[in-house]
Design a protein around this ligand. Structure first.
Ligand SMILES: [Zn+2]
Length: 435
């Protein structure tokens, strides 16, 4: 039996080299892969499913390479504080009260928001991970998920339990949801997990062939204790404990020196740049152009909704391009194409997930951006529009693994009204419990 086809017809296509060409995109739905990119628009006049891309640009589904998706329930819960006080006074106490059902509601809300803004894959560090997996499975997106382990402030058995849970979750769920869910072992950061347990997490991840994901060099406060205690830079310590390999990816890398940029480049570990969160928490500005110049794989992440405060990766794209220029004191730094690459190819490469490129044989993870809008007129340069002018609300259709997740701005895999209602209810209840 011939496999089912999906035709994305009538639009323009963003190619991996950042050229934009007129073409239809033909998808093999059973394989979840792009079968043809057809400039003649004659590939299949009778597809099983057709999406209208007239006045649209077909781009790879965006990749949100670092978030804590269920933190959508804490959106606007506490703002305008430095990272340490914000975590200790507001976020951690609220998170301690989160139930599995809260995490499910927050995850569905976050994924709904991401599908609507053209994101088809994300990396998630949180807890109650089975709930996040269930939400990913239902919504039809891809994710690399993990349990964020913290050992600081815990006695030995509790600390060990948390790291062992991170390892167990990574083993159990890798390959779930027909392979759309992959995992990572996720020690929270270099300062919140003890050295022996970081080494154990690393060894277990290596044994299983699973990546490690962690926060690093987000604030000066995270760098100084490591330098003081170990007389070495944080990423050299990360390398020493074994969590800086080509499969691993770390969030932030704001305060990195040249030796650490070299380490990243040599190891092949990827950086997830989270510009909005770094600005909001006044953490600093990552040296993105220097990382790119050194050949480091750079992806983009929103971080949690509580420090952003949305999961719209188009906002991140714009912020990355803008703040990258400021950091380099050079308007030519982090040009539009570099920012678009980070949100697509960089994300897929950092997370070792399919997608990120619209090309024959690639995963059919697509977003169709509606260009018929005043703020996207005229159209001198569509890559410029993606970086500087487009918003998540411009996305008309979203496709992941060959399946249509959103058609004409209506999400098909989640009941938007129910998801939003549930999230409101759970968030209000959480706030009353923690007040
Ligand atoms: Zn984070």
């Amino acid at each position: 039996m011939a496999s089912e086809t999906l035709l994305v017809a009538g639009g323009r296509v963003l190619r991996p080299d950042m050229r934009v060409t007129e073409a239809d995109v033909l998808v093999d739905r059973d394989a979840g892969r792009i079968k043809a990119i057809d400039a003649d628009r004659s590939a299949d006049r009778d597809p099983d499913v057709r999406l209208d891309a007239t006045d649209g640009l077909v781009v790879p589904g965006l990749v949100n390479a670092h978030t804590h998706v269920a933190m959508t329930l804490l959106r606007g819960y506490a703002d305008d504080k430095p990272l340490d006080a914000w975590l200790r006074e507001d976020i951690w106490p609220a998170e301690a009260a989160l139930t599995p059902a809260d995490v499910r509601a927050g995850a569905e809300l976050g994924i709904l928001e991401m599908i609507r803004s053209g994101t088809t894959a994300f990396a998630d560090m949180y807890f109650h991970v089975p709930e996040v997996v269930a939400a990913v499975e239902k919504a039809g997106v891809r994710a690399r998920v993990g349990h964020g382990a913290v050992t600081v402030g815990k006695d030995d058995p509790d600390a060990r339990d948390d790291v062992e849970e991170s390892i167990a979750v990574a083993r159990e769920y890798d390959g779930a949801a027909d392979g759309r869910v992959r995992t990572a072992v996720m020690p929270h950061s270099l300062t919140t997990v003890s050295e022996p347990l970081l080494r154990e997490a690393a060894a277990a991840a290596r044994d299983e062939g699973i990546p490690v994901h962690f926060h690093a060099n987000e604030t000066e406060d995270e760098v100084e204790p490591i330098v003081a205690e170990r007389s070495t830079r944080p990423l050299s310590y990360a390398d020493d404990v074994g969590i800086l390999s080509a499969r691993d990816f770390l969030a932030h890398a704001v305060h990195v020196d040249d030796s650490e940029i070299d380490k990243l480049s040599e190891s092949g570990a990827a950086v997830v740049h989270c510009p909005a969160s770094n600005m909001k928490l006044a953490s600093g500005i990552a040296p993105v152009q220097r990382l790119l110049d050194a050949g480091v794989t750079v992806a983009l992440g929103t971080d949690g909704a509580a420090s952003n405060n949305d999961l719209d990766l188009f906002g991140e794209l714009r912020d990355a391009a803008m703040v990258g220029k400021l950091a380099a004191d050079d308007a030519a730094a982090v040009p539009a194409a570099a920012a678009v690459r980070m949100a697509t190819q960089g994300g897929a490469d950092a997370l070792s997930l399919p997608g990120g490129r619209v090309e024959v044989g690639a995963a059919a993870d697509l977003a169709i951006v509606d260009l018929d809008a005043p703020h996207l007129t005229p159209q001198h340069d569509l890559v410029s529009h993606l970086a500087y002018a487009a918003r998540g609300s411009d996305v008309r259709h979203t496709v992941c693994d060959g399946r249509v997740l959103m058609r004409d701005r209506e999400v098909l895999t989640l009941d938007a009204e129910r998801v939003v209602g549930m999230a409101r209810e759970r968030a209000a209840d959480l706030a009353s419990r923690t007040a």
